[in-house]
Write a protein that binds this ligand. Structure first.
Ligand SMILES: NC(=O)c1ccc[n+]([C@@H]2O[C@H](COP(=O)([O-])OP(=O)(O)OC[C@H]3O[C@@H](n4cnc5c(N)ncnc54)[C@H](OP(=O)(O)O)[C@@H]3O)[C@@H](O)[C@H]2O)c1
Length: 360
């Protein structure tokens, strides 16, 4: 394993304004000396960083989110790293871990530090027997897939013969959700995505039976969903909210499960727009709408991971990550969540996967 003597870090330069797309202009790439470690600490080299729409809330001026990055601080983000040096009895050099590493090449972590007041998921977790490529840790066997699992299997309760509609279907959560719906026996999986290219990709990759381009000029989304789901959708996994949720509500089947996973189209609006007009269909169709938070299921993550690994090894699940290369690409990768500039799970590769990984 090689180490350089400087540590590149993306630090926050200015807060993102409500009408702005998050981008490189909000950050500054600086260089600091390599961190050194004390007793009970480990030195970690960042290999991969994940992305989440919630990271936008870390850098808004309102400071309403439980994670808040201050001007000049290193941008927060979870990732996968390799232990370079350890002064902690439970960790060895070469081991692969997951933690809040931040947007930087190297970080000194204190695995037993509980002073974090529960504001963040800072726990350093070892990754036993990681599956290569290590991007699987962020995507197929990580939070994105766990969210899809909870949405489709736990809350959506997709069963044999269901028609399943998924928004942001070509994204990280959506692309796994479509695959899980198939595994659960859905008779038809319909995706909604921005652009014909993404829609073609969803069908070509076998993730969806058909797909709707919500950005098509003149598109009447409710009518299009009606054409793709003539008898209504039994399950709608909503990653988008707003007008898309309303269009889906007009097309639910009797007994439908409308699963609120995210609302990227409206979550960052200030003030928030009015709610869905067509919620009365929940009554007419004797349906339910329910949200979930994947962190409520942390104790069950190992169970989800085991099942997802089994399906992956059986060839039922495939990895469809979009890997942005290099730490400098981090702001662009995060910004792509809001512009649709990626396909599949959006991951930043900071350094190559190590050749030798000790078995744990
Ligand atoms: N409930 C939970 O515990 C939980 C956990 C994780 C994630 N989530 C939520 O799950 C959703 C997906 O997260 P992800 O990380 O997998 O992101 P993602 O789907 O990979 O990326 C976001 C996608 O949203 C679409 N989008 C952005 N702005 C939009 C708009 N105004 N209208 C319609 N579509 C828009 C874009 O795709 P197009 O090109 O198709 O527009 C973009 O690629 C997010 O809403 C996130 O907040 C929830």
């Amino acid at each position: 394993m090689t180490m350089t003597d400087t540590n590149r870090q993306w630090r926050l330069k200015r807060f993102v304004q409500p009408d702005e797309i998050l981008g490189e202009e909000h950050y500054e790439l600086s260089e600091s000396p390599m961190p050194t470690i004390d007793d009970e600490q480990i030195l970690v080299k960042t290999l991969l960083l994940g992305t989440s729409p919630a990271q936008r809330m870390y850098v808004t001026e309102e400071r309403t989110f439980h994670i808040a990055v201050e001007i000049g601080e290193v941008m927060s983000g979870r990732g996968v790293g390799v232990v370079m040096e350890s002064k902690h009895p439970d960790f060895e050099a070469g081991e692969i871990i997951q933690a809040t590493l931040g947007w930087q090449d190297y970080v000194a972590l204190t695995p037993d530090d509980k002073s974090d007041t529960g504001k963040n998921v800072r726990t350093v977790q070892k990754v036993p027997n990681p599956v290569r490529p290590l991007t699987t840790i962020m995507g197929l066997f990580g939070q994105l897939a766990f969210s899809a699992y909870v949405g489709i299997i736990e809350v959506g309760q997709v069963k044999e013969g269901d028609v399943v509609l998924v928004s942001s279907a070509a994204g990280g959560v959506g692309s796994v959700a479509c695959q899980l719906a198939r595994i659960q026996g859905a008779s038809k999986v319909v995706g909604i995505a921005g652009g014909q290219e993404k829609c073609d990709w969803l069908v070509e990759q076998g993730l969806c039976d058909s797909a709707i381009d919500y950005k098509k000029p003149g598109q009447d989304l409710a009518a299009a969903i009606g054409e793709h789901c003539p008898d209504g959708a039994d399950v709608y996994l909503d990653n988008v909210g707003g007008a898309m949720l309303d269009a889906a509500l007009q097309n639910i089947a009797v007994g439908a499960r409308v699963v609120i996973c995210g609302m990227i189209s409206t979550e960052y609006m200030n003030p928030r727009p009015d709610g869905p007009k067509h919620y009365f269909n929940l009554l007419y169709k004797r349906s339910r709408m329910e949200g979930f938070f994947v962190f409520d299921y942390v104790p069950r993550w190992p169970e989800f991971e085991e099942q997802l690994r089994e399906w992956y090894s059986q060839g039922k699940l495939k990895l469809v990550d979009d890997v942005f290369d290099g730490l400098p690409s981090a702001p662009r990768a995060l910004g792509s969540l809001f512009t649709g500039g990626h396909t599949g799970g959006c991951v930043i590769r900071v350094a190559d996967d190590p050749e030798n990984i000790p078995a744990i």
